[in-house]
Design a protein around this ligand. Structure first.
Ligand code: GDP
Ligand code: MN
Length: 390
């Protein structure tokens, strides 16, 4: 689960990480009130959406007076902000963060990720913050310093120190960097984060280090033990299909491809996605209907898949273990009838009562392409999609 910048900064602050003073506002007048309460005459107004690249997209603006804060906030709130991460339709801005503006001397990058290669939470840092870190990672990976934290002892000060000097920071700033990295690591692990990015981590006016931006993502499976963080969820930022799936206890993740997948079991769902890619197409989603693939759940699953306009074919791959294939076949047939299928459907069944299940599909006058094994099913689904492209 992602949170907004202002929420991430609240969390960081509660762990003692320095962030610029500021507050969130939902209207232009509220934004002006925040600026008045902050005092001073240099402010920054920042659109709060779950996407990066706001600066380049016009979602981060400096203001020299309370009136200017009000004007900028008035323009930003309600606009559809387009950044390289939002897609062309952009994201509606509901809130802005109004903060005291600072004089930036240097922009660093600091990230904490769960790194699969080292199986450890890893600190990443670069002296070139502010810009897209992906570009640096792709073009000059050596400009990103990394330290993997041993899970048994956590990130150690000497590691943060090594990074600080590797970045070429002078002693006074390096000391702050080490203290900040240790606090960020503590925030990360104690809040069960999956990703944290401070970009830029800025050296401001008087040589002070502050987190100027903050992005945090939390492990959904750990949210049950962080009620306060779970409450930060912003449903307007979530994929409506994923929300709907959650309500029906289906595991669904929407992806960019064209073949909608309906599978029971996460492992089988992963291999189904792999084999679709193997035969040259891309999955439109990950969908695990779970152990009990009842007619009702299958119907909901079909509706979910079909509500994605990118879907050009559906591949159902179900292993009848706990539930028998003939029941699944009945469920699929009932669902297909109910949802008025508009794209080719490939079904592969295997497991208990498979003969009876296949017979049911074969006898139906609905337009269903059947397959005996996974290779055949994937090839037929890919062929159905390429036939439309021609
Ligand atoms: P992002 O583009 O969505 O990552 O938004 P950021 O919060 O990182 O802001 C983008 C850029 O705006 C930063 O890299 C800074 O250069 C600039 N910026 C943000 N806050 C301030 C500020 O208080 N003062 C100044 N001068 N620039 C700021
Ligand atoms: Mn940023």
């Amino acid at each position: 689960m992602n949170v907004h910048e202002y929420q991430a900064k609240d969390i960081l602050q509660s762990f003692g990480v320095p962030v610029p003073r500021g507050d969130v506002a939902s209207t232009a007048d509220e934004a002006a009130d925040v600026a008045r309460a902050l005092g001073g005459d240099k402010f920054v107004v920042k659109a709060q959406i779950h996407a990066g690249g706001r600066g380049k997209g016009g979602g981060v603006k400096l203001a020299d007076s309370i009136d200017e804060v009000r004007d900028i906030a008035g323009q930003m709130i309600g606009m559809d902000l387009v950044t390289h991460q939002t897609g062309p339709e952009g994201k509606r801005v509901e809130k802005v963060l109004v903060a005291e503006a600072v004089d930036i001397h240097q922009e660093l990058y600091l990230g904490l990720v769960v790194d699969r290669a080292s199986s450890a939470v890893t600190l990443m840092a670069s002296a070139e913050g502010g810009v897209e870190i992906e570009t640096i990672a792709a073009e000059r990976p050596e400009a990103i310093l990394k330290e993997a934290a041993d899970p048994a002892v956590g990130l150690l000060p000497f590691q943060a120190n090594r990074v600080a000097y590797g970045l070429g920071l002078e002693t006074a700033v390096a000391r702050q960097f080490v203290s900040m990295a240790m606090k960020l690591y503590k925030t990360f692990t104690e809040s069960d984060a999956a990703l944290m990015e401070i970009n830029p981590l800025a050296v401001v006016g008087d040589g002070v280090l502050v987190a100027l931006d903050a992005k945090m993502n939390f492990d959904d499976n750990a949210l049950y033990r962080h009620k306060d963080i779970a409450e930060l969820r912003d449903p307007t930022e979530e994929d409506p299909r994923e929300l709907e799936a959650k309500e029906h206890e289906l595991s669904y993740v929407s992806l960019d491809g064209t073949i909608g997948c309906m599978v029971n079991g996460a492992g089988l769902a992963m291999s189904t996605m792999d084999i679709i890619k193997h035969y040259g197409a891309e999955p439109a989603n990950f969908l695990d209907v779970g152990g009990r693939a009842t007619a009702e759940r299958v119907t909901v699953a079909f509706k979910l898949i079909l509500s994605d306009p990118n879907v050009k074919a559906i591949l159902v791959n179900i292993f009848g273990g706990i539930v028998a294939c003939d029941l699944i076949a009945e469920g699929v047939l009932a669902a297909v009838e109910e949802v008025q299928l508009s794209v080719p459907l490939v079904v592969r069944l295997e497991g208990t009562n498979v003969q009876r299940g296949r017979q049911l599909l074969a006898e139906s006058d609905l337009d269903i392409i059947t397959a005996e094994d996974l290779d055949e099913a994937a090839q037929k689904a890919v062929a159905a999609v390429s036939a439309q492209a021609r």
